[in-house]
Design a protein around this ligand. Structure first.
Ligand code: GRF
Length: 192
């Protein structure tokens, strides 16, 4: 068995997709062990509580990022978490956290990286001349959406779609791609 934690700051639709994919059943070898959020009002916290998944709110201060990271490390070590899955977590992690979980932190981004890193990636993709749009899952490094790519899934747009339609398509890809990639990574982990 391998365990993972999700870090999220917002709505939590990817968290929900992961929670559904890793529902605890007799046949389920892996466990979504915790949700960590840096925003007290994040809707994802309630989603986690409703599902009975331990949810931790840890305040984040830009003045001292290590306070959040140390608290998170303590929780994750206590739960013996093998993989940290960022899903709409709006903070850049420092070397302290990254070195604690080397090649064990992944993120999903709603563009075909390296195109359009950072915020508003869907709007930027939509407003671009690109005909191929999509989603990237990557390992997390100290940069902004710059880590090694693990998986990409793309689609061709016709050009008549609205922004809302493109957003829906991207989120729907995220909700199938991310659980599949996380499952592969957990399968490759011995766990403890
Ligand atoms: C997703 O589009 C993800 O790619 C990006 O942040 C968004 C989070 O959405 N990193 P949600 O909170 O999972 O609904």
């Amino acid at each position: 068995m391998a365990r993972f934690a999700v870090f999220a700051s917002g709505t939590g639709s990817n968290f929900e997709a992961l929670a559904r994919a890793f529902e605890p059943t007799a046949a389920q070898p892996h466990q979504l062990a915790a949700l960590v959020s840096d925003r007290r009002s994040a809707a994802v916290l309630e989603k986690s509580q409703q599902r009975g998944i331990p949810a931790y709110f840890i305040p984040y201060s830009i003045a001292d990022r290590t306070v959040f990271e140390q608290a998170a490390i303590t929780i994750l070590r206590g739960l013996r978490v093998d993989l940290v899955v960022l899903a709409g977590f709006m903070r850049v992690l420092t070397r302290l956290f990254l070195s604690t979980f080397p090649r064990r932190i992944v993120n999903i981004h709603p563009s075909l990286l390296p195109a359009y890193p950072g915020t508003n990636a869907i709007e930027k993709s939509f407003g671009s001349p690109d005909s191929e749009l999509g989603v990237t899952v990557h390992f997390v490094d100290e940069g902004l959406d710059s880590g090694e790519v693990i998986a990409r899934e793309s689609f061709l747009r016709t050009g008549v779609e609205t922004l809302a339609e493109i957003e829906a398509r991207i989120h729907s890809i995220e909700h199938s791609l991310y659980p599949a990639v996380v499952r592969d990574l957990l399968d490759a982990t011995r766990g403890n």
